[in-house]
Design a protein around this ligand. Structure first.
Ligand code: DGL
Length: 264
């Protein structure tokens, strides 16, 4: 692997852009490739076998492009695919992500933590293990959010439909006394402005994008693979409609980028 090779970042859709942004800000010399599997969204309601198959196709695509590292910027794909991908590519720096239970358990003062995530993430054995490990002294209220990702994918982050749905998902968490809410899906950080309107100001929101960027930095630095040159603008591929991604990209991504079709 060469230092100036790109980094591949993957999500079921545009959610991983919240992670891509953290990577871009922390590692501005890196060239970034991003695959949004919008043609198969939402992953939250798909089987682990289906998601593993999609993740393997994307991994093979990034390998072909010479990516020096792979970031699964999706909690749902991580639980379904990260273990197999690590076996497939034992020497490839690979970063997955999971809901931030440990920092949330450390941050809560009320002792009640809420988790907003997809059904797939919340039902996984990996999430259960995370709770067993880090949430022994706190009460955790989980809230699956079917439908939310599809509304975020429209690119309208303040639509009436989105407000109503989000309100319905956060109300039980507020009622249960949560003072800390984990955003356990990479799409949800885009809802922070809406959540700020809906939640009492004392509630802390925790997501893992910045931690993932730091972990990527550590892995690359350990292998002396951090880029030093001038990066090429981010390249995006979508298995959905490239025109739609081109249209909504400027609301979700503050840097230049080229969008193409992903046909695998
Ligand atoms: N963005 C993804 C995550 O972090 C999943 C969205 C979906 O359901 O496709 O879990």
């Amino acid at each position: 692997m060469v230092k100036d090779a790109p980094i591949g970042v993957f999500d079921s859709g545009v959610g991983g852009l919240s992670v891509l942004d953290e990577i871009q800000c922390l590692l501005p010399h890196e060239s970034l490739l991003y695959v949004a599997d919008c043609g198969h969204i939402p992953y939250g309601e798909k089987t682990p076998a289906f998601i593993l198959d999609r993740s393997r196709r994307v991994a093979a695509f990034f390998r072909e492009k010479g990516a020096k590292a792979f970031v699964i910027a999706c909690n749902t794909a991580t639980v379904a695919a990260v273990a197999d991908l690590r076996q497939d590519y034992p020497d490839w720096p690979l970063v997955g992500m999971e809901p931030a239970v440990k920092p949330a358990a450390a941050a809560t003062r009320s002792g009640v933590v809420g988790v907003l995530a997809t059904t797939g993430t919340l039902q996984s054995a990996k999430f259960a293990a995370l709770l067993d490990r880090f949430a022994t002294d706190v009460r955790v209220i989980t809230q699956p959010c079917p439908g939310l990702v599809e509304l975020i994918e429209t690119g309208d982050l303040s639509s009436p439909a989105l407000r109503v749905m989000l309100q319905g998902y956060v109300e039980p968490l507020i009622a249960a006394g949560c003072d800390t809410i984990i955003l356990g899906c990479t799409h949800y950080p885009f809802l922070k402005p809406l959540l700020a309107e809906m939640l009492p100001p004392t509630i802390i929101l925790i997501d893992t994008g910045a931690a993932v960027a730091r972990q990527l930095q550590r892995l690359l630095s350990d292998r002396e693979l951090l880029a030093t040159g001038n990066p090429v603008p981010a390249q995006f591929w979508t298995s959905g409609d490239p025109e739609h991604l081109r249209k909504i990209l400027p609301t979700l991504w503050n840097f230049p980028g080229v969008v193409r079709s992903f046909g695998l």
